[in-house]
Design a binder for this molecule. Structure first.
Ligand code: INI
Length: 158
């Protein structure tokens, strides 16, 4: 029998306080991500009253609010949801790049897991596929990853 220790978090959201920060830009897509994330949290055992949803204008604004929520110590996990869809200008690269870097920094600086549910796609169709149609729901995936990370970090602390 192997003697190595293995650590891995469970998808158990019981008694966790979770903040979802979601952008209004491409609202139709992002609303499906929010629904996917909330449904997943409830399925994992979270209570609806422990879930807060905060809206921001666009994906570029997600990091500032995610950072504030992480540092508030009021939440066990933060889930960031948005949809950046490539247009004809380099705007996409700035918004998507700064958003990803900022969300990563919010998690690393606070130690609070941040689920990354920001779609970066070439077309609206690709975004819709990832928001609950053909290719699953990336909001639900981000929620599952954030919960798993909370549990994993607690195991590593114990
Ligand atoms: N914001 C998005 O969330 N998705 C996009 O696709 C997008 N595009 O394409 O421009 C977008 N821009 C707005 C940006 O996030 C800021 O809200 C805006 O620049 C004001 O700071």
């Amino acid at each position: 029998m192997s003697e190595q220790k293995t650590f891995s978090g469970e998808h158990n959201a019981r008694d966790l306080r979770v903040a979802i920060v979601a952008s209004r830009f491409n609202e139709f897509v992002v609303d499906s991500l929010v629904k996917g994330a909330v449904d997943a949290l409830i399925r994992m055992g979270a209570s609806e009253r422990d879930i807060s949803v905060v809206r921001v204008p666009g994906a570029w604004e997600l990091p500032l609010v995610a950072d504030k929520l992480c540092k508030s110590r009021r939440y066990d996990a933060v889930i960031a949801l948005g949809a950046v869809i490539r247009g004809d200008t380099p705007h996409f690269d700035y918004v998507a790049g700064d958003c990803a870097r900022g969300l990563s920094a919010a998690a690393l600086e606070s130690g609070v897991p941040v689920g990354f549910g920001v779609l970066t796609t070439n077309t609206l169709e690709q975004a819709l596929e990832r928001a609950g149609t053909k290719a699953g729901n990336k909001g639900a995936d981000a929620a599952a990853s954030a919960v798993e990370m909370v549990r994993l970090l607690r195991q590593l602390d114990a």
